[in-house]
Design a protein around this ligand. Structure first.
Ligand SMILES: *Cc1c(COP(=O)(O)O)cnc(C)c1O
Length: 450
């Protein structure tokens, strides 16, 4: 019997770097013209190359060029672009039911994602979840929930943090440019404290934590704080791994003072660092965990998961939104969890680290401008400082990223001073593609004059 519903088969994508035109090619250049006329200038793109297809760790542009993707849409397609299991789950769900609005008539997929988040976030206690659409929305809700539970309003964040582009999250970010400049007035009662940044402050975790706590006690007072929001490994800030003991000391201080300890795991979570949530590397058990980016294989989904008594403090109807926990996004998310479990993908993050970290260390031997190689799992970075003056070399980072793109490797930048190259490939990146990408990086460092 012929199945007339089977879609036309597309030639399978060969997982290799391949350049057939200049970058960007003529079709991308033409699309860039249309984009300039139609899309707000406030929306930027790191590389004006239009993507038509993607699979695993490969992006194919409209001119037929194939790029090795070391960014995964900023850690979103963590298990790989168009992962077969995610595509199948989303397609099936699309045909069953696309939307009801959970706050009108619920569906199982939302509940299943909440169960999986409760199971895989740190902490052996009753947990509950609310699902929303974006990372910033998860941050907004985490703060709302903490305020309702504590009856306090103050929000503490750390230097070099990034939490989103909504009104509240703009006030929580460290960097004004480009995120908040000219977009005020901003939400009040947000307090920014020093973080731990071993390369620059040279402080051990206990000393750095004492500084942060002292600062908050002096400038706000613990009893006015509803929550402290931290990224266990700071993302946009440049994959900053805090000194040992820093985060546990902050958590302990929060617990002692009735402050809700919130881990923003939007970038560091969901198998990226070889565990489900990076908080586990630091022995943290956050009261609330914020997840987004990688949790649904590329579909928009985010969540706040945490202690049941905190999550239940909000009145019915106080949390939610029209698209929050969309059935297709939830079905995709369930497939992501199943893939991680079934195929041991936590180990894949460790495999990537085992290949990439020594390669980056070898680059550091050759290019003294690399001040540090840091990160965990498939979340690694190099920070570039002038060896003599220690001035941040954003110019060089941009030149290296551009040279790599010209050679078919997409690498992202980060850092408050723009002087960090960050690597957050999908876990589908094979050892062969990794080796090829590293040789391109080497060429890019040389070509950029590092
Ligand atoms: C990306 C990110 C956000 C914001 O997520 P959006 O989905 O872009 O709103 C918040 N926190 C961290 C740590 C992030 O990396």
């Amino acid at each position: 019997m012929t199945d007339t519903l089977t879609p036309p088969t597309v030639a399978p994508l060969v997982a290799e770097r391949r350049l057939v035109t200049a970058v960007p090619g003529p079709r991308s250049i033409a699309l860039q013209e249309r984009r300039r006329a139609a899309v707000s200038a406030g929306v930027s793109s790191a590389l004006p190359v239009f993507i038509e297809r993607a699979h695993g760790a490969i992006l194919v542009d409209v001119d037929g060029n194939q790029f090795i993707d070391l960014g995964a849409g900023i850690g979103v397609t963590t298990i790989g672009h168009t992962d077969d299991a995610v595509v199948a789950a989303a397609q099936a769900q699309l045909a069953d039911v696309v939307h009801t609005l959970f706050t009108i008539t619920p569906y199982e997929e939302y509940v299943r994602v909440a169960e999986l988040l409760a199971e895989h976030t740190p902490g052996d206690f009753a947990k509950k979840t609310v699902l929303v659409n974006s990372g910033a929305e998860a941050v907004e809700n985490g703060v709302k929930i903490a305020r309702k539970y504590t009856g306090r309003s103050g929000v503490a964040v750390l230097e070099h943090a990034y939490h989103g582009r909504t009104n509240l999250t703009m006030a929580m970010n460290f960097k004004a440019m480009p995120y908040s400049l000219g977009f005020g007035p901003f939400a009040g009662d947000v307090y920014r404290a020093p973080n731990s940044y071993p390369l620059h402050d040279g402080l051990d975790g206990a000393t750095a934590a004492a500084r942060t706590i002292g600062y908050l006690e002096k400038t706000v007072g613990a009893s006015d704080l509803a929550c402290l929001v931290v990224e266990p490994i700071q993302g946009e800030g440049g994959f900053i791994v805090p000194a040992d003991g820093f985060l546990p000391a902050l958590q302990e201080w929060c617990t002692t003072n009735g402050i809700v300890f919130i881990a923003d795991e939007i970038q560091s979570g969901m198998a990226r660092t070889g565990v489900y949530f990076a908080a586990a590397h630091f022995g943290l058990v956050p009261d609330l965990v914020l997840s987004a980016k990688g949790i649904a294989g590329g579909l928009p989904l985010a969540g706040v998961t945490g202690r049941a008594e905190i999550m239940d403090a909000s009145q019915p109807g106080g949390l939610g939104g029209t698209f929050g926990g969309n059935p297709v996004a939830c079905a995709a998310s369930v497939a992501v969890f199943e893939r991680i479990e079934r195929d041991g993908l936590l180990g894949e993050a460790k495999r990537i680290e085992a290949g990439l970290r020594p390669a980056l260390e070898a680059l550091r031997e050759r290019y003294p401008v690399i001040a540090e190689v840091r990160g965990i799992g498939a979340m690694l970075a190099v920070e570039l400082l002038d060896p003599a003056t220690r001035a941040p070399r954003a110019d060089l980072v941009n030149a290296i990223a551009a040279e790599a793109a010209q050679r078919g490797v997409l690498v992202l930048t980060a850092g408050t001073y723009g002087n960090v190259l960050r690597f957050l490939p999908s876990l589908a990146l094979s050892d062969e593609l990794l080796a090829d990408a590293v040789s391109v990086l080497d060429e890019a460092f040389a070509a950029a004059g590092a």
